[in-house]
Design a protein around this ligand. Sequence first.
Ligand SMILES: Cc1ncc(COP(=O)(O)OP(=O)(O)O)c(N)n1
Ligand code: TZP
Ligand code: MG
Length: 537
Amino acid sequence: MNEMFTPGAQRAMDRAEVRARQRDAAAVEPRDLLVALVDEPECRAAELVVEFGSTPDDVRQALGAPPVEASLPAAPGENERGYDLVAADRPPVPHSRTLRAVVGEAMVQARAAERSGMVGTEHLLAGLTTEAAAALEPVRSAGLDLERLREYLSRPALVAADPVLPLEDVAPLDLSDSARSVDIGRILDASANRAREGLRVVEDFARFALDDPGLTRRLKETRHRLAETLRGFDPDLLIGSRDTPDDVGAHIMTHSEQIRENPRAVLVANFKRTAEALRSLEEYGKLVNVWLAGRFEVLRYDVYTLEKLVLTAVQSYRALGDARLMVLVGGLPTLGDLTWIVGEALAGGADVIQLREKNLPDRELLTRAREVRILTAQAKARFIVNDRPDLARLAGADGVHLGQDDVTVRDARRITGPHLLIGVSTHERAQVDAAVLAGAGYLGVGPIFPSATKEFSEPELAGLAFARTVAEMTRLPWFAIGGITEENVERVVEAGASRIAVSAAVVRASRPRAATTRLRALLDGREFVDDDTASGE
Ligand SMILES: Cc1ncc(COP(=O)(O)OP(=O)(O)O)c(N)n1
Ligand SMILES: Cc1ncsc1CCOP(=O)(O)O
Ligand SMILES: [Mg+2]
């Protein structure tokens, strides 16, 4: 027995190997581990899979795994773990690179939790959701809400919790049968109101100030789930125990409660109020029903996530609100060439410069990045470094841009600290959801058209249809990218894009400054006046 794993997790690891053999696979993959986890329905990971929307059968089906009876010789006694796992005459199936990353992350999670550091099944599930997201994609079709599960599992201290009873099984609680019940009813009633009100305040902001359909939907769903959970309490008794006139705290208002310096402060205060109220519902709820209390815990973690999403959106608007034209530069022979083209793009009206270098030694890259930082700062433009959070930070850039194969937002954040913008490339709807949830500050959306800068095969083109989709999903700043030129930019704007990122249209233009100005004017829907020509240049 490997002492690193709890017995349940060890069984899952062993079963994963059985599942891999069953597929005749050369390596045990994350999908084998997920199937192995749901093969054991009593384990915490399997319970979580169910709690977040799926069932073991659906997961197996989505991953093309045969039913459990057909796969696992369950007869106890064949070995100490109760089934014939690894025949002695066969070498063990190796773990794939991704699975090793999953187990590594599970160990980090286990150490962060309060337990002995042993990896439990919930830590393996946490590792899967963060390190093997792509492998888990098919289980979305099985109903699993991967984003919420990932957020739940990445909460600060992962401790084994009691299973949560499905809400429909929770009978209304009778709070009237003990003397103390009225007091608990008062606390629960006040906390329920605070939580509802706090959520409504931030929902109003997402809806009317941010105008963001995705965030508004998430907040509304959370508010509805709160209402649904509160129905587990008997409403008459909650109302019955309300006694506002005699509430000694009703008119006590601290100085900080009276002052809100800006909308962000309103948001922060109301998220805090909501989370505190949910904590009260959870703690006092435990006195009456532990399952219902668990529901409030899940909601509280959802609220933490929502706080991150809403505050990230606010920060992004502040940083990129008016930035409509990003110019990608790179691959130039000398520093002088680079500073010239950056100067031209800025003079032409570029709002953001992205330094995209693929082949330079790090030291030279950092030198160039620092130079671009100076030029962009002088022009009051923003500066993004492609691919490299470390160099973005060292160069004092405003942000870093990450693709689907680059380091994750979570890892980049560890390097950049809280203030840098992190942009993420997206090519399909699920990537938009995932990027927003991960805390992306802006999105790259494309490729819209074939590009002269980067090669894509036909199926990789996301096209204008994808721009239309993103326009309906989010108001987080997003830049359409890929083959955008003066000739086609109007179609991109018509598809709902208000921001674009271009490279060849500026860098390869005969007059980069004028090309930038023309693009900026087309984006703004303005008439273009060629100043260079007018001034006889
Ligand atoms: C604004 C913007 N959107 C998309 C990309 C592409 O990033 P990525 O997919 O990582 O590809 P590379 O640029 O690294 O080749 C981008 N750079 N900027
Ligand atoms: C880096 C990148 N990713 C998608 S398209 C692209 C290149 C954008 O350059 P261009 O505007 O020349 O197509
Ligand atoms: Mg990249």
